[in-house]
Design a protein around this ligand. Structure first.
Ligand code: SF4
Length: 647
């Protein structure tokens, strides 16, 4: 795209991007137990499906002369039973019957149970009371006794056993699905569907059902094995398959009297029940994992307590720098590896923060600001995150590669975080006083009483009215601004040398935002801590930051004193970002959006990553690596045609 086109606001042609996500099949194959279960079940199903075509004896044909033959006897691969019937033939036919009955019972229970659950959860009120009290009545009896009672009433037989097992399992589906539907019934997208004039039937079919379907599938996959076992149990007691028909349960029941004299008659169907149920359960667990959206992202393992480090040995041996910086970040590289794709979220970031200084880190969403901040203390989740290069020197000590104990000693003590939304970071079940006291006691040997007193003092310092009384309040009892003050108090609890604030005022309204910013700046000046302030708001930067670093596609593209960068931005990206900020007293000024989208960090273009959106781009911009060069000793820019130099 030419520069003129970009200047005219034409969107950049979107490069075809691969999703980078592993396919469902490859995710499933990674789960070895599930793959084993699927393979085993496939073999069993193939055998069952091919049974009518195989040259097997009639499973019901008796032969008293050849009764109780051992396995591998001539003409009988798995021997014969007490009536001389071929066990292999009966086993294959019986497995087919057991699978058919178990799957049918599961389907009946899933259809009726899920329908009851969806209706009760969606309509609530009387419908919910009526339906769920009926379900409670079913659940009031031990389910196997209830199944026996139903078969006794209907009479023995496979079909009646199927109904009995299905009926006793309906409550399981109904309760599960009602719970999920209850959570959905008052969500905004359901309200929007109602407002659009959709009928209840339409909402249930197009809005609710697609959302509960994964839960139904998961429930089916994890219960079908259990249902097959229950059906076999009824047949074992003589209430299911009736002679001469056979299923695995009835074969087991017939062989139990011969357990000592001819154990193979009962052991063989027993082993088959075990294999069928185990394979279905393993497969069900695999399907459950696959349908979990968090696991779809490729994070099949639990995140480690700190980010994995995989950096070159030469950097491990590098000597610590000796200067006055509180923090010096050198060539930091953090990647996310998902499937075969490598996302270079932080790609060679370097900056320093001096004592008492506030450095602003600015950029669009996805530019790598937060990942940079999280990488400093190893807080990026592994998998898929990994630090692959660089150093993070806190007062000369390299933090990358520290073990869990080393990082724990620094987190919340020398370096503290203030996050964007305190409601998600404060514990909902502990009072704010308890949470601040705990933060203090993690790093200082104080009694609970002393820590509580310190917590009250801290709450007072962040101007919480009636701090002593409010310390016993829970997070939900405070306003958004108050909660953020509590977060600031908690961050200052151990007099950190470095504070990291990740968009701490984004969730607040403008008035409260101004109060919190002022307070943060005053407390930082008073305590002498340095501050790394992450934001996308240049107005906030001008209020609190001494210097500002602008990030784009995982790299710093401009860094310098706030005044210089704001008054004369050198990088076209910074210039366009500042042009987007509304100014008081200029009502007619047009706010220019930046055309196009940032590049995907798993497919960065060669040369300048901003070239596709830059109105000044030329061929040389795409030719190769562009370094961060100094306009003067404090102001650096990553551009071959810096704006200030050009003008
Ligand atoms: S190097 Fe500078 S002029 Fe060239 S595309 Fe990048 S930002 Fe634009």
């Amino acid at each position: 795209m030419s520069g003129a086109q970009a200047a005219a606001g034409a969107p950049a042609p979107a490069a075809k991007r691969r999703s980078g996500r592993p396919s469902a099949l490859s995710l499933f194959a990674r789960n070895q137990l599930a793959a084993f279960g699927a393979g085993l079940l496939l073999v069993i199903l193939l055998l069952v499906l091919l049974t009518p075509l195989l040259p097997l004896p009639d499973p019901a044909a008796t032969d008293p002369v050849n009764r109780l033959l051992r396995p591998l006897a001539e003409g009988h691969l798995l021997g014969s039973d007490h009536l001389g019937r071929d066990i292999f033939s009966r086993l294959l036919w019986g497995t087919g019957v057991s699978l058919l009955v178990g799957l049918s019972a599961t389907s009946v229970a899933a259809i009726f149970g899920s329908t009851i659950g969806i209706l009760a959860g969606y309509f609530g009120g009387r419908a919910d009371t009526l339906l769920m009290r009926g379900i409670d009545m079913l659940m009031a009896f031990p389910y196997i006794l209830l199944a026996l009672a139903i078969v006794a009433a209907l009479g023995p037989g496979l079909l009646n056993a199927l109904f009995a097992i299905a009926i006793v399992n309906i409550p399981f589906f109904a309760r599960n699905i009602r719970g999920v539907t209850l959570g959905l019934a008052n969500r905004e997208f359901i309200d929007a569907a109602r407002l659009s004039g959709k009928s209840n039937v339409s909402i249930l079919l197009t809005e609710v059902l697609p959302n509960v379907l994964p839960v139904i599938v998961i429930t089916v996959s994890t219960t079908v094995g259990w249902m097959i076992l229950e059906t076999a149990g009824l047949s074992f007691l003589g209430l299911g398959a009736q002679p001469p028909a056979a299923d695995l349960g009835s074969m087991l029941g017939e062989g139990r009297k011969l357990l000592i004299t001819a154990p193979h008659v009962s052991v063989i169907p027993g082993v088959m029940i075990f294999l069928v149920v185990m394979s279905i359960n393993l497969l069900g667990d695999g399907i459950r994992d696959l349908l979990d959206p968090r696991l779809k992202s490729g994070a099949l393992a639990r995140p480690a307590p700190f980010t994995a480090v995989d950096r070159p040995v030469s950097q491990l041996a590098a000597a610590s720098i000796q200067d006055d910086s509180v923090l010096a970040v050198e060539d930091l590289r953090t990647q996310f590896r998902i499937g075969s794709d490598v996302y270079r979220a932080v790609d060679g970031v370097s900056f320093d923060i001096q004592p008492h200084e506030c450095l602003g880190l600015v950029g669009e969403s996805g530019s790598g600001k937060s990942v940079t901040a999280l990488s400093l203390l190893g807080l990026v989740a592994t998998p898929p995150g990994r630090i692959v290069g660089g150093r993070v020197l806190l007062q000369g000590r390299d933090l990358i590669g520290l073990d869990a104990a080393g990082l724990r000693a620094i987190r919340g003590d020398q370096v503290a975080y203030i996050f964007q939304d305190p409601l998600t970071t404060l514990h909902p079940l502990f009072s704010i006083g308890d949470q601040i006291a705990e933060a203090i006691r993690c790093h200082r040997p104080l009694s609970y009483k002393e820590a509580w007193a310190a917590a009250v003092t801290l709450l007072d310092s962040v101007r919480i009215p009636n701090a002593a009384g409010r310390a016993a309040a829970y997070p939900h009892e405070l306003s958004g601004g108050m909660r953020q003050r509590v977060s600031i108090a908690m961050a200052l609890a151990n007099d950190p040398t470095l504070l990291i604030a990740d968009e701490p005022t984004t969730a607040l309204d403008v008035t409260v935002q101004a109060q919190v910013l002022k307070l943060l700046d005053q407390l930082r000046s008073r305590s002498g801590a340095s501050l790394l302030f992450i934001t996308h708001d240049f107005g906030v930067v001008s209020e609190v930051c001494h210097r500002v670093a602008v990030m784009y596609a995982g790299r710093i593209v401009e860094i310098g004193p706030t005044e210089d960068v704001l008054s004369a931005p050198a990088h076209p990206y910074t210039e366009r970002l500042i042009a987007c900020v509304p100014r008081l007293g200029e009502p007619g000024r047009r706010l220019e959006a930046i055309a196009g989208l940032p590049p995907a960090v798993n497919h960065l273009p060669p040369g300048c990553a901003f070239a596709e959106r830059c109105p000044h781009a030329e061929d040389a911009c795409r030719a190769g690596e562009i370094s961060l060069d100094g306009l003067n000793d404090r102001h650096l820019v990553r551009c071959i045609k810096p704006r200030r130099a050009a003008s």
